[in-house]
Ligand binder design. Structure first.
Ligand code: NDP
Length: 310
């Protein structure tokens, strides 16, 4: 049986993956890109993007990703459904398994698998997942129009989701465990000046309460140990993300939080021929534009690597 071969396999379909694909395709590397479990990545779960250069009036996340995909395909990238489930990194070319059964070989890999939302880990949270508990306000907020909801978290994501929800819901409770928000000053200002958004500082979520119809409330405890149950129908978790590195953890060096370690100023990993771009290797900035930039760098480094290899 002939195993399919590519010089450049790109894993992931966010801004990093598609930008890598655009550059690799234009360099005639004929890349194959696997989209993974969330085609288009995290930007497809956000609202309007106002800080991506070139779109002064903003652009919807889905539209931006669709345009990047079209641009990658226009230059010859093969974009496919599927998730990489295993990589044999000791042999050359690398042997890659897709969805547990399809095998292909690749001279280089660009890993751009991004990161996934974290949950609090409460039993009641898993019990009501999909019945009022969500990690994506922009995907699910619509279902809670004119209702009372809560968001947990104090970073930019939580603040962005809370202000978005405040524009469609009756009231939004923002549950923050510290006495302050971690979000940028501009975002803090927006949150604190939104009239139907109430911030509960130094408050910890104890339990999501509900019945057969779904979530009916959230029990929180403040610094003084006082408990209160807020009547809500939707509970949105926005406490950060976990990098999607499970398929690569056996052979790539990761940092303490599981992000792929790359050489300073480069997208090179500890394995020659494997590059990492975007949120999967960036626990700090995590912006669409920086992800796109590192995708570009990965494709250029990949091209240089292949020139030396052949
Ligand atoms: P962050 O890691 O910045 O924030 C996570 C928040 O969740 C913190 O407030 C943290 O609290 C809180 N948290 C974590 N675990 C728990 C828990 N178990 N219970 C309660 N609260 C918890 O994640 P974000 O997703 O908000 O942002 C990630 C990065 O992306 C940041 O760099 C951010 O600036 C950026 N970003 C930028 C945007 C933009 O510019 N438009 C939009 C969205 C994100 P604590 O503060 O106590 O640690």
């Amino acid at each position: 049986m002939n195993t399919e071969h590519t010089s450049c396999l790109i894993i992931g379909s966010g801004p990093a993956g598609y930008t890598a694909a655009i550059y690799a395709a234009r360099a005639n590397l004929q890349p194959i890109l696997y989209e993974g479990i969330e085609p288009g990545g995290q930007l497809t779960t956000t609202t309007r993007i106002e800080n991506f250069p070139g779109f002064p009036a903003g652009i919807e996340g889905n539209e931006l990703m669709e345009r990047m995909k079209q641009q990658a395909e226009h230059f010859g990238t093969q974009v496919r459904f599927g998730t990489i489930t295993a990589v044999e990194s000791k042999q050359r070319p690398f042997q890659v398994t897709v969805d547990g059964n399809h095998l292909l070989t690749a001279d280089t890999l660009i890993i751009a698998t991004g990161a996934t939302a974290k949950y609090l880990g409460l039993e009641s949270e898993s019990q009501f997942k999909g019945m009022g508990v969500s990690a994506c306000a922009t995907c699910d907020g619509f279902f809670y129009r004119n209702q009372v909801v809560a968001v947990v978290g104090g970073g930019d994501t939580a603040c962005e989701e809370a202000t978005y929800l405040a524009s469609i819901c009756k009231t939004v409770h923002l549950i923050v465990r510290k006495p302050h928000l971690r979000a940028s000053k501009a975002m803090q200002k927006r949150v604190l000046s939104t009239p139907n958004l109430e911030v509960h500082f130094e408050s910890v979520t104890q339990e999501i309460v509900g019945d057969a119809s779904g979530v009916t409330g959230v029990r929180i405890r403040n610094e003084q140990g006082l408990e209160e149950t807020l009547a809500i129908t939707g509970f949105f978790v926005a406490i950060g993300h976990r990098p999607n590195t499970a398929a690569f953890a056996d052979f790539l060096e990761l940092n303490e939080e599981g992000y792929i370690r790359t050489s300073p100023g480069s997208t090179r990993t500890n394995i020659p021929g494997i590059f990492a771009a975007g949120d999967v290797q960036d626990p700090h900035v995590r912006q669409a534009i920086t992800a796109a930039g590192s995708g570009c760098a990965a494709a250029l480094e990949c091209e240089r690597y292949l020139l030396n290899l052949h």
